[in-house]
Ligand binder design. Sequence first.
Ligand code: KG4
Ligand code: ZN
Length: 339
Amino acid sequence: MYILGIETSCDETAASVIKDDFEILSNVVLSQDEIHAPFGGVVPELASRQHLSSIGYVVEECLRRAQLKIEEIDAYGVTQGPGLIGSLLVGLSFAKGLAYYYKKLLIPVDHLEAHIESAFLENRSITFPLVALVVSGGHTSTFFLKKKLDYQLIGKTRDDAAGEVLDKIAKFLELGYPGGPIIDSLAEKGNPRSFSFGLPHMTDKSLDFSFSGLKTAALKKIKDIKISKSHPQFFDFLASFEMAIIRALLSNLDQTVKIFKPSSLILCGGVARNKKLRTHFEEFARKRSLQSFVPSLKFCTDNAAMVAALALEKIKSGKRTSFPLDLNAYPRHIGGRFP
Ligand code: KG4
Ligand code: ZN
């Protein structure tokens, strides 16, 4: 059995073919970074238009690398949401068309659940119960999984996502887009203890995140101290700001772990590529004698291998939806409501 995954939730057009033993036969990701870079952020209409012109080529290239013909695909997995609605509709409609024409299974997949699945791509023996921290450009959420495919959302950001804040501060400082990887490498040259940022905390004891306070504090410091690329403390500022985000993530995770008592921890999503976050996350888990799993870099940012793998998990667990012609895309995370 061959499963073709399609991912178009934001600004990557991606397709991947996997076998029914989860072996990845091909994994193609076409980034739109160059298109959005001049604007310092994703322009939704440009993203959907670009998906529309790229999707056919990306799927063809993915099949060519897997040395398969389209007729040999047995099931299609596709991201249904959350994400940019126009972008999601391109991938979903394309997958629907293929599944309808070739009379194959079509399995809709939640983007955040697919990010969690990315940790299983390289390790199928992660033990449960587990807590997954999904840190991306659009989301910062924690999930508790008692067992496979059993997702309980336990915390989410009430305002900006961690990646979004990194991107916005980088944009403000005119560092380029996407800001996350740029801050990651520039922060290496600075001292993370130079500037202090208060830790965000929820007054209602919820396990939600909030990053808008950190963003505002950073913007205020930039204006007050006149931080720019030529400022002597430019690198120190970025290192301290990056560390504030890491501390906010891990302090939330600390509370979550105390309550849910998992045996494993997963860190995933685009921001999981961050070097210091990866190191501190692993140290966090080691200190608490928990197993930790962080996907390799190419599986942290948006890709379709994680989509195909989650679709395959659903097929194996009996969650089949053949010809779901009425499937719709959803922009916000609703989780678990769809098969
Ligand atoms: O998961 P993803 O590819 O797309 C969404 O679902 O949003 O995540 C993209 C985010 C962007 O905010 C980007 O700046 C951030 O991941 N990112 C990083 C790094 N690489 C990508 N953030 C920090 N350090 C990195 N090395
Ligand atoms: Zn993502």
